[in-house]
Design a protein around this ligand. Structure first.
Ligand SMILES: Cc1cc2nc3c(=O)[nH]c(=O)nc-3n(C[C@H](O)[C@H](O)[C@H](O)COP(=O)(O)OP(=O)(O)OC[C@H]3O[C@@H](n4cnc5c(N)ncnc54)[C@H](O)[C@@H]3O)c2cc1C
Length: 586
């Protein structure tokens, strides 16, 4: 087993991890550990854009952006964090521009901007052009730009290293991180990375659902590792279902399509969003559009042989405009559904997209052990974290922004902390937990297989914890997850080897998925109201009197929440600075 020492270790090489690495790498000895080759991270799949109130094409300011983010998140947003993000958005875009990112331009050479859901002028009066973009490959451009700049700053990457544990130590009576344990895919060896500060930037957990826009690798590893080490998870019940996944597949068609003028229609050809959001229509926030679509289907106005999707109509847009602004996603419609978007509307249905919840942090990206106790030296940023700028529903283009703003903050804070901190002693044999986890799975002789358990987990999550939820569906999901966890205890892998053993790693990832799906569902069960992405048919309205708070979930062996052992739930106040909760109309 090899032991490495770095001032700062960053786990994850997506947008958040690499933005952190650019800062940290210039200030301290930094290593980035990543299970994927950096430019394969999911940030590269992001399509539509990254917002900032640059006001390049029409009047805009960061206060309007702050308000939209808070209202979009149905008032569960921590308002200090939203304000930081909206203010720092402008520099975040300019930083990327200076690093070389080829944004689309206006005729006079400024960064061009387009519309996106929920982003408005003057507190909801009309849609505003706030999203900066590079055609419909914005994330790809961000990831490539950040990677090139990491290389320039000589950041050290450990590619295809799976971090499977966080090792905690003690200093001055406080629990602090001492290092992480990583599994090297190529060799099957374990590595210990001792570090003064550690940044988690491992992305989301979309693979708990079957119909999802998320890549195969988004299995919530960072959340799972932190959870097993007693770090709480915040607001896990809030999962975003993006309105326009390709029907039956879940592959994303960016909201940029509607930003460029596409319209949703039901089987009667009606532009139904006019009924649900009369002011901004198809550009309402995602939770509202997704729910409206699902409702159209329920009420019998769905399209196709099974009446189970609606249509995204781009046929009134000029083909040249489509080619210039939306080349990739229209190609997806041709390739995967055989539909020609110039002349035919595209079948779409909501797809699981984004985890609003995650590892709780403050605005310095420091991880919290409870409602306010900072864990010195431990940071999180990006989709793995909950800061919480997105509250109960994220606005489109606010995630590419979040990863840049809070990734940068995490990188600076982690490097500055490492300048004065000392290494924390590692316990004897720090790798024991991970070693046993792997060897137990490798040597297991059980008859259960990974793929069917994962499939059944995703199916029950789609059936019971999706756009519409009730106590009965959530109970069903919990029952199914409990049975799947039992079966998981008897799982075995077919590949017993050491080199490139993806079978084994999928087994480990399934462990994270099962635990996190349970946290999501228990938290959803306890939120007996509807807010943002969480809609309870048995409690259809937002209930500020009883639920205007974040959910904090803790791993606690003694707890028994609704028959789900080991999860304790608590609450945390929402930080409200300038906008009192109001009725949310669009
Ligand atoms: C199809 C799609 C389109 C999107 N479009 C937009 C958009 O237009 N605008 C917008 O704002 N948002 C968009 N989003 C959301 C946004 O792209 C993501 O939320 C964001 O990019 C997440 O960045 P991240 O750095 O947190 O994580 P990721 O980019 O997912 O990176 C995670 C990193 O963690 C590493 N990792 C994970 N587990 C481990 C482990 N165990 N050990 C070591 N490393 C690990 C991975 O290797 C990877 O490098 C989109 C998302 C999808 C799926």
């Amino acid at each position: 087993m090899q032991v490495h020492q770095y001032d700062v270790v960053i786990v994850g090489a997506g947008g958040a991890g690499m933005r952190a690495a650019i800062e940290s790498g210039q200030r301290s000895r930094t290593a980035v550990l990543t299970k994927l080759y950096p430019t394969r991270s999911h940030t590269g799949a992001a399509q539509g854009g990254m917002c900032a109130a640059l006001a390049n094409v029409e009047e805009d300011n960061w206060e309007w952006h702050t308000f939209d983010t808070i209202k979009g998140g149905d008032y569960l947003v921590d308002q200090d964090a939203a304000e930081v993000m909206a203010k720092e958005a402008i520099d975040a875009v300019l930083d990327l521009e200076k690093m070389g990112l080829p944004f689309n331009r206006t005729p006079e050479g400024k960064i061009d901007q387009r519309r996106f859901g929920g982003h408005t002028r003057d507190h909801g009066k009309a849609p505003v052009r706030r999203s900066c973009y590079a055609a419909d490959r914005t994330g790809h451009m961000i990831l490539q730009t950040l990677y090139q700049n990491c290389v320039k700053h000589e950041v050290e990457f450990y590619n295809e290293f799976y971090v499977l544990d966080l090792v905690m130590g003690e200093r001055d009576g406080k629990r602090v991180p001492a290092g992480v344990i990583a599994y090297e895919l190529a060799t099957g060896e374990l590595h210990v990375f001792q570090a003064k500060s550690i940044v988690f930037a491992t992305g989301g957990v979309g693979k708990v659902f079957k119909t999802t826009s998320n890549a195969h690798t988004l299995t919530g590893d960072g959340m799972g590792v932190a959870w097993r080490r007693g770090i709480p998870l915040e607001d896990m019940e809030f999962f975003q279902f993006h309105p326009t996944g390709l029907a039956g597949l879940g592959i994303l068609l960016s909201e940029a399509a509607r930003g460029e003028g596409a319209i949703l229609r039901n089987s009667e050809g009606e532009r139904f969003m006019e009924r649900y959001a009369p002011t901004i229509k198809d550009l309402a926030p995602r939770d509202i559009v997704a729910r409206s679509m699902a409702n159209e289907v329920r009420e019998g106005r769905g399209c196709g042989p099974n009446k189970d999707y609606v249509l995204l109509d781009l046929t009134h847009l000029e083909p040249a405009h489509i080619d210039a602004k939306l080349p990739d996603i229209t190609e997806f419609a041709r390739t995967y559904l055989g539909v020609e978007p110039y002349t035919e509307p595209v079948p779409v249905y909501p797809t699981a997209h984004y985890a609003m919840g995650g590892i709780p942090t403050n605005i310095e990206a420091e991880v919290l052990a409870d409602n306010d106790t900072v864990i010195p030296g431990l940071y999180a940023a990006g989709e793995v974290a909950c800061v919480s700028v997105h509250g109960s529903n994220r606005l489109g283009t606010n995630s590419l922004l979040d990863i840049n703003v809070f990734g940068k903050r995490a990188g600076i804070a982690a490097a500055e902390y490492a300048q004065t901190a000392k290494f924390v002693d590692l316990p004897d044999n720090p790798e024991t937990f991970t070693h046993d986890l792997i060897e137990d799975l490798r040597s297991a002789e059980g008859t259960e297989r990974i793929a069917p358990i994962r499939k059944e987990l995703q199916e029950t999550m789609d059936a019971n914890v999706q756009v519409f939820r009730t106590e009965a569906t959530l109970k069903q999901a919990l029952k199914d997850i409990a049975q799947l966890r039992e079966r998981y205890a008897r799982v075995s892998v077919q590949d017993k080897g050491k080199r490139f053993n993806l079978d084994l790693l999928e087994g480990i990832e399934l462990g994270f998925l099962l635990e996190l799906a349970e946290v999501i569902t228990v938290a959803a069960m306890h939120r007996k109201e509807s807010r943002g992405g969480h809609f309870r048919e048995d409690f259809e309205t937002r209930d500020d009197a009883n639920f205007m708070h974040h959910t904090m979930a803790y791993l606690d062996p003694d707890a028994d929440t609704d028959g789900t052992q080991g999860i304790r739930l608590d609450t945390k106040p929402v930080i409200v600075t300038r906008y009192q909760p109001m009725e949310r109309k669009y």
